[in-house]
Write a protein that binds this ligand. Structure first.
Ligand code: CDP
Ligand code: CDP
Length: 219
């Protein structure tokens, strides 16, 4: 069967990575979480005690940055397992700041394209259909209402045993969406040829079925 490339973009907590992982498993494709890579840059910035706003210092960090993403989902940054630490709120906000910088985007986009070579991949992020994989055979723009997205993230935090405040999450993701949609380089937007799926009223299984239908129409 033909192996295609699938791009899933959309705002924070729309369910992109959950769906991408489920679809990748069904198709035996490689899943690439590009948000985790921006999170690694933010985490490294914090760890070095640098300010996210210091573009020069953040850009300089890239020279010594080794990001490794294992097929089972573990993420290493310069040999350290950062899989859970990059999910902290502070890192989410930081990722949204450092992702504005040209040097950061160029560095990560190049890596993402290398990893996606050959097809049989699903990448999720903000600029996959518009920049990273402009020629992807299938592009999905996955959205859900802000209330729904905040509630999902809140439930997820509680399930992981993390402290969580619904109103604070709502504010954080709204702020991140605003930043991501209005930055100069590669802002979050629906690619002209992307298919929009509003998952607000859909179960995970319904979203997966919809994506699988679209995949089947392409292969
Ligand atoms: O990757 P992204 O930030 O877009 O979202 P996620 O981390 O995959 O999903 C956020 C949460 O929403 C997860 O706990 C999902 O199980 C849940 N969820 C969903 O993604 N889609 C639904 N239709 C229902 C719930
Ligand atoms: O899981 P969630 O949707 O909350 O965030 P994420 O996908 O892990 O991305 C974290 C941040 O990285 C986003 O708010 C964006 O600022 C940035 N990002 C980006 O600019 N481009 C991508 N392809 C992926 C993430």
């Amino acid at each position: 069967m033909k192996k295609i490339s699938i791009a899933i973009d959309g705002p924070a907590a729309a369910g992109k990575s959950t769906i991408a992982k489920m679809v990748a498993k069904k198709l035996n494709y490689t899943y690439i979480d590009t948000g985790a890579m921006y999170r690694c840059v933010a985490y490294a910035t914090l760890k070095q005690g640098l300010a996210f706003e210091d573009e020069k210092a953040v850009s300089d960090l890239l020279k010594n940055m080794q990001i490794e993403m294992k097929p089972e989902g573990t993420i290493y940054l310069n040999g350290e397992d950062v899989t859970s630490s990059i999910r902290q709120n502070e890192v989410s906000m930081g990722a949204s700041i450092v992702s504005k910088y040209q040097a950061v985007r160029e560095f990560l986009v190049e890596k993402q394209r290398e990893m996606a070579q050959g097809g049989g991949v699903i990448l999720d992020g903000r600029d996959i259909g518009t920049v990273v994989l402009k020629d992807a055979e299938l592009k999905i723009y996955q959205i859900a209402s802000i209330e729904c997205r905040a509630l999902r993230r809140h439930k997820e935090n509680l399930e992981r045993g993390m402290a969580s405040d619904l109103e604070a999450i709502k504010k954080e993701i709204a702020m991140r969406d605003e930043q991501d949609m209005n930055r100069q380089i590669s802002p979050l937007k629906k690619a002209d040829d992307a298919i929009e799926i509003d998952t607000s009223e859909m179960s995970l299984e319904e979203v997966v079925s919809r994506v699988m239908e679209l995949v089947e129409s392409k292969i």
